[in-house]
Ligand binder design. Sequence first.
Ligand SMILES: [Zn+2]
Ligand SMILES: [Zn+2]
Length: 248
Amino acid sequence: MKCTIRNSGAAVIEIVFPSRCVVCGDFLDDGISRPFCMNCLSGFHLIASPHCTRCGIPFSDLQGEDHLCGKCLSSEQFFSMARALGRYEDTLMTAIHTFKYGRNIPVGTALGRMMACGTYGGLSLEDFSLILPVPLHPKRLRERGFNQSGILAREIARKQSLSVDYESLERTIDTEPQTALRKTERSRNIRGAFNVRNRHTIKGKKILLIDDVFTTGSTVRECARVLLANGAEDVAVLTLARALYHKH
Ligand SMILES: [Zn+2]
Ligand SMILES: [Zn+2]
């Protein structure tokens, strides 16, 4: 897999496949294959330093250094680190909606390849021995037909020559869709929703947990809590996008 992502003022992303922009559908005819056309690329915003060393939230003061944010200083996160490729807005938000709600798997595959090619401050993909997607409840899986996090995880695992573990973590309670709830309700709502099925496969492992969007972090925090309680050595989180509309 050939890939280059440079995090500078003008983001440069080069990935072999696909030949059309995954957002607007325009042909990518400038000789370099990337998932977005130049027009849509201008609406794609990589997450960059300075950011929180634990939860990865970018700080608005661009001159500062990476440090712990107020939320991570004052509350237990369970995951050792969370990082995301880009901001959940504009181009990336449209692409994720096309993937999830438009059920467009090739778009998800392209996004997963972008994730696999990203660089993340303090997080190296090769440090992990187990890749777990955040599971959907079986009812939601039947409705959608696929687990979006599983498709992203597959591309990351492929880059690291690992396989995705779809089995060890399961969602046993079908909570209300998180987007319909307020931030405080989200943490309450998710508690106890996940279960470790194969304890021996996660014991002592350094786990990379994959999800599509990090919003308040309550879902991945609960997954990390359950995995650590069942013997995982470390749980880090990688998401495609990071929603930034709540203040820290
Ligand atoms: Zn486009
Ligand atoms: Zn933080």
